[in-house]
Design a protein. Structure first.
Length: 114
């Protein structure tokens, strides 16, 4: 288990000018430091955490399960390139291309919903 001391990170005077004051405008523009590293994510924990995070985590799981259950998935190419792109979430360098088609048992449900 990894415990992050977010309180200390967001109040580090080496990173933030006047680090103990609440100044949300300092996060506008999303700039980084002189090395190109992004500044810490400001609203990730505590009182300022996303109020919809719990709901989003549940909905993402249900949506993924529905997509797996209701569709047949095929990839276009045989090999999958696992090279990493740049960004906070480590996206794939070349996006994965998939084809999907509804499973026969679910087709009538999709037609009724449309």
């Amino acid at each position: 288990m990894l415990l992050v001391n977010a309180w200390a990170i967001h109040r580090d005077p080496r990173v933030w000018a006047d680090s103990t004051s609440f100044k949300p405008e300092r996060f506008e523009g999303g700039g980084g430091d002189e090395h190109g590293c992004p500044k810490p994510i400001p609203f990730g924990m505590g009182r300022r955490a996303c109020p919809g995070a719990g709901l989003a985590q549940r909905v993402v799981g249900l949506t993924l399960a529905s997509l797996i259950q209701c569709f047949e998935w095929e990839k276009e190419e045989e090999d999958i390139d696992m090279a990493e792109g740049t960004g906070l979430t480590m996206p794939k360098l070349i996006p994965l291309q998939l084809n999907c088609r509804p499973r026969p048992i679910i087709i009538h449900k999709l037609v009724l919903a449309a």
